[in-house]
Design a protein around this ligand. Structure first.
Ligand SMILES: Nc1ncnc2c1ncn2[C@@H]1O[C@H](COP(=O)(O)OP(=O)(O)OP(=O)(O)O)[C@@H](O)[C@H]1O
Length: 257
């Protein structure tokens, strides 16, 4: 298992947030506290509409906190835009840009960037996109588009990556392959990953910890430590303690439907 140092990559301290519509306020986070160590892989699961994507939108600065503080690498960064790698639900690749141009977009937006063309080319190869650099998104498979999108998030240069249901549109086989691929990238890049999914098995396979949203608005999230060593294989999910955990989680969600 990868060594985790004590540094905190992401922290929410007393964060309050609500949306507003004609009927009034829709509270989502109420004095919410959360802490994620550098190098951790954490998944968030919860019913549709429970506020998972809102957490990401607050981290990247697409929504403003009503009060409280979000720390990134122990700094209370007020302008977080572009400071974390973000992969939203749809891959959002620009159809008029090639694979290379889509992946390198964050570098164009950074005032100073330390990566040259050669490094980007090496990364494209490492992400299994060699030979596809000049293709357009419509010429790629779903899994390839996800890899370009993930590479683009990685090139933000941040150690923190937020992935919002990145594999939901993929077929079952490609999805399993992409999960293993993601773990390899996570190991190599030593990043901190926050991963939203509706798939309990996916969360168990990937994560060190799973945060479960049981009620909205929420103050704390229920935490589950995944009892599996790394490296992991898909058949590890058949272990007794993991199947018990899975059935437990399924029961909790079943009761809420
Ligand atoms: N811009 C907005 N204005 C008003 N309400 C919103 C807005 N965006 C989201 N909401 C509401 O806030 C709640 C949380 O939304 P959010 O997208 O975070 O949920 P989610 O858990 O990510 O859902 P899903 O699993 O379906 O993606 C939902 O009830 C949603 O309808």
């Amino acid at each position: 298992m990868r060594e985790q140092n004590k540094k905190i990559a992401l922290q929410f301290q007393n964060v309050n947030f609500y949306y507003k519509n004609d009927a009034g306020k829709i509270p989502i986070l109420k004095n919410m506290n959360l802490s994620i160590a550098d190098g951790e892989f954490v998944s968030i699961i919860g019913a549709s509409g429970s506020g998972k994507s809102t957490i990401f939108r607050l981290i990247v600065g697409l929504e403003e906190l009503k009060s409280g503080t979000i720390y990134l690498n122990e700094d209370p960064v007020t302008n977080r835009s572009g400071k974390v790698g973000y992969m939203p639900q749809q891959d959002l690749l620009m159809p008029w840009r090639t694979v290379q141009q889509n992946a390198a977009l964050p570098l164009e937006l950074q005032k100073e960037n330390h990566l040259d063309r050669r490094t980007v080319q090496n990364l494209l190869e490492a992400f299994g996109l060699k030979g596809y650099e000049n293709k357009y998104p419509h010429e790629l498979s779903g899994g390839m588009r996800q890899r370009v999108s993930f590479l683009r998030a990685t090139l933000s240069g941040s150690n923190v990556l937020l992935l919002d249901e990145p594999f939901s549109a993929l077929d079952a086989m490609t999805r399993l392959y992409m999960q293993e691929w993601l773990l390899e990238q996570w190991e190599q890049q030593q990043s901190t990953i926050l991963f939203i999914t509706h798939d309990i098995s996916e969360a168990l396979f990937l994560s060190d910890r799973i945060f479960v949203i049981t009620d909205t608005p929420f103050t704390t999230l229920k935490e589950i430590n995944v009892p599996l060593e790394r490296p992991r294989r898909q058949y590890d999910l058949d272990k007794k303690e993991v199947t018990e955990l899975k059935n437990n989680l399924l029961d909790q969600f079943r009761m809420r439907v």
